[in-house]
Design a protein around this ligand. Sequence first.
Ligand SMILES: [Zn+2]
Length: 374
Amino acid sequence: MSILIVCWGLFSASNVADLKANDDSAYAVIFITVDGLRSTEVLSGVDPTLLTDDRKASGIASDDSLKDIRERYWDESPEVRRQKLLPYFWNDWITQGALIGDLNYLDGAVQYRNPQKVSYPGYSELLTGRVVPLIIGNRKIQNPEQTILEFVKAKHGWTTQQVAVFASWDVFPWITMSEPGSIFCNAGYMNLDLDWVKQRPGVDMLNRNQSLLSTPWDSVRHDVVTAELALAYLDEERPRMFYLSLGETDDWAHERRYDRVLEMAVYFDETLKRIWDWTQSVECYRDRTLFVVTSDHGRGQNEETWTSHGRAIPEAANTWVALRGPGIPSVGKTKLDQTIYQTAIAPTIAWGFGLDPKEYYSEADAPIPVQAGW
Ligand SMILES: [Zn+2]
């Protein structure tokens, strides 16, 4: 494959405009969300209150499984625990990026503004940079606001395929766009109907059989299906704005299955490595891709409430954000002297592409203040 094919778009007019607007402008932005994954697990690894012998609070399936979890992930030190649970994230990836978040939500380094603390209002806040009053639950209603995904596409004149979303939850075609079909979205048990899929036997198998590989939830497919289709799409279609939404961390928590939550957190860590490594293997993406990684809400903090989130659970407003790429300082875990709200995510994506967030939304928050030199 020639370099011109590999980096198609590299010399396009819109990209030149990017570079002029901001020397650190990203060639691409990759946005990843891990549904309901708490700051607790990200910042301090496996939760000691959920490793009790009776397994009542955790719902861990068996004594053997509990023993295995303790052997693999337990340590007295939260810093060691988090490295055991998310080894790539902590030992490698974030050392060249920046993570903000706080275990004590009252000091909240990163919080949601929307009071609902459920998924669709959270994703809408991330993708529109505002609280959308119409969106108070998870019903499939079309987002009334143009999302940042639609904005960057229109601004750069990209094709529908160049702004792509892969999600485990089937509500994403409603969440991610105000105009149906304006961006590429593959979500829930949706077939990926593109010519090249048949040339990739593993992807073709997952694609064809995804409805047989069913989860306990009709609206959420397995993250492994979502991520494998997503990685193949990245490689084949080379999108400029790419969003991967993983879902099982939340659903297994609602089922009170902490063992499964941990498995899916580990899978997120592995998937992050594969996507990062892919960007580093393709010239136009290498060192020119901004990664923004976060969650759509937190959840409860005690033995009862850890499974849930919503208006009655104030801790669910607390979350975390990880950034890596052009213009992001290599500070690792850090704390800003202000609370960052998730309304800053869409402006940060605009900033990543060298665009003015106020042009997207006149009342936009400032991007997360990476420019200040943390
Ligand atoms: Zn959620």
